[in-house]
Design a binder for this molecule. Structure first.
Ligand code: NAP
Length: 251
């Protein structure tokens, strides 16, 4: 991936799961990567160590994205590391909560929107001054926007909001040469994805997919690396389904 060599990248939620795989993929392509984490300091430091041991450049930064000023604090730290240019922003940090409509509390609802929608919005706002011509932003949607796979209506609504932001940001920033896209994975065998570890979860995922193996975080990370690099320069405002044909069965 020569088109990202020497570029600067921030990956939120890079201490584990898809964010971790994305940080490793971007570093493999030659980018300097800021590995953001919430509580997983040890895990984030291990990602940094892995990148550095392969000759790459990375550092870990912490910020609680559920906090009102979490995105602002993160942006400040990022600017201290990269200065006046951020080439790649991947907002992978996210939470989910399985709960029926009846079970969903106001606190759950607010926290889901705080981490999944408010944080990426204000991170974009705070980093706008250092996003330049050919910078690429990747946000996170989910197949949950287009399928009803379980009791996750509040979570799915956050991802619908992210897809709306993707189009709005892309339209607003196109004139500056900044691209904004989203990825929409289906079931991924990520660290905290308990669903993908149950027999029912695996059966559900494989039943939907065209290919009969569970997605690994790397499967998503490689696509994000493509969206981050100049090879995808004619894609913006898009939500890219990275779900192995799952929608073939959902639509
Ligand atoms: N896994 C799937 O099947 C799947 C499917 C569709 C979409 N997605 C989306 O893909 C993205 C990544 O998912 P994943 O499965 O890789 O997640 P994961 O393994 O659960 O990791 C979540 C990441 O987000 C960070 N995070 C969560 N809450 C945070 C907070 N309050 N402040 C700061 N960081 C916080 C975590 O940091 P710490 O651990 O350091 O606190 C962690 O690095 C999410 O947006 C998710 O909605 C996932």
């Amino acid at each position: 991936m020569p088109a990202i060599s020497g570029k600067t990248a921030l990956v939120t939620g890079a201490s584990r799961g898809i964010g971790r795989a994305t940080a490793l993929a971007l570093a493999e392509g030659g980018a300097q990567v800021i590995v953001h984490y919430g509580r997983g300091k040890t895990e984030a430091e291990a990602v940094v160590a892995e990148i550095c041991s392969r000759g790459g450049k990375a550092e870990a930064v912490a910020a609680d994205l559920a906090a009102q000023d979490g995105a602002h604090k993160l942006a400040k730290q990022v600017r201290a590391v990269v200065g006046d240019r951020l080439d790649i922003l991947v907002a992978s940090a996210g939470i989910t909560k399985a709960a029926t409509i009846e079970e969903t509390t106001v606190e759950d609802f607010d926290r889901l929107f705080a981490v999944n929608v408010r944080a990426p919005f204000f991170l974009m706002q705070q980093l706008l001054p250092i996003l330049r011509e050919r910078s690429s932003v990747v946000l996170f949607s989910s197949i949950a926007v287009r399928s009803a796979g379980g009791p996750i209506s509040a979570h799915a609504a956050t991802k619908g909001a992210v897809e709306t932001l993707t189009r709005q940001f892309a339209a607003a920033l196109g004139a500056r040469g900044v691209r904004v896209n989203a990825v929409a994975p289906a079931v991924v065998r990520a660290d905290r994805s308990t669903f993908a570890k149950t027999e029912a979860g695996i059966e559900f995922a494989l039943g939907m997919q065209a290919l009969k193996r569970l997605a690994e975080p790397q499967d998503i990370g490689r696509v994000i690396a493509f969206l981050a690099c100049d090879e995808s320069r004619w894609i913006t405002g898009a939500t890219v389904p990275v779900e192995c044909g799952s929608k073939l069965w959902c639509e």
